[in-house]
Design a protein. Structure first.
Length: 247
């Protein structure tokens, strides 16, 4: 009797963990879109309200401004995180080891949020208005985060015929896949012969997005004065406004 009850509990845990993983993936993807949209308007909205010139006239340097705009986007996720906690709590009750999957899901989610946040800030810095910034940031985020698969039918065909390299290349940048991998692996919803490949793709995606975030952040800070047409320091501390191109 106890053996049958344990088997039933484990099967129920697998089903719910699979459900929780699907719901968490949808929520995380929605959160990524929310952060992208918010970050895309973080600078252009101030330009449209005529507040931007006042901000770049302050003693704050480029790093302070970009870092502030970057961190401000994380506050938009408070509702998403609360909902994730509600979904994950029964999973932890049924399968306490699901905590490991939650930890890895939050890790990749944090890196992806950082990537789309700095992407939105960078696009907003280069754009003239919020509509153009929003469209550009969402288009780039959707394409890089998984939309490219629609244009990569040969890769999908290769993967269907069992090529591990095709799966690694095709899935590593896909954001929904990266968010879902830890939970699906814990819920045991796929065959073990492919689990190693999926884990390697997860690690490659994690590392790739981490370095992409760092590089994009540094690039945004380095080019901030140029893109914002801000006054720059000349020799002996003299301030001279950057010349604007003639229309």
């Amino acid at each position: 009797m106890d053996k049958a009850l344990g088997a039933y509990r484990r099967e129920s845990g697998n089903y719910y963990c699979g459900y929780a993983t699907c719901m968490a993936t949808l929520l995380c993807c929605g959160g990524l879109l929310l952060v992208t949209a918010r970050a895309a308007g973080s600078i252009t909205s101030e330009k449209e309200r005529d507040c931007w010139d006042s901000l770049i006239s302050t003693p704050l340097d480029a790093r302070d401004i970009v870092w502030g705009k970057f961190l401000g986007n994380f506050w938009a996720l408070r509702g998403v995180l609360f909902t994730l906690a509600v979904i994950w709590l029964p999973a932890l009750t049924l399968r306490p080891e699901f905590l490991v999957a939650i930890g890895f899901t939050l890790l990749i989610f944090a890196i992806l949020v950082a990537f789309v946040a700095i992407l939105g800030v960078h696009v907003s810095l280069r754009s003239k208005n919020s509509l153009r910034s929003l469209g550009t940031a969402l288009a780039i985020g959707l394409f890089v985060g998984g939309g490219y698969l629609a244009f990569c039918c040969p890769l999908a065909e290769i993967g269907a015929h069992g090529s591990e390299q095709g799966l690694l290349v095709g899935l590593a940048p896909c954001m929904p896949f990266l968010v879902a991998v830890p939970g699906l692996f814990n819920a045991e919803v796929w065959s073990r012969d492919r689990s190693g490949t999926f884990i390697v793709a997860y690690v490659l995606g994690l590392i790739g997005y981490f370095f992409a975030t760092v590089i994009l952040y540094v690039w945004t800070v380095e080019r901030f004065d140029e893109l914002s047409e801000r006054s720059v320091r000349r020799d002996y501390g003299e301030m001279k406004p950057r010349e604007r191109p003639s229309l």
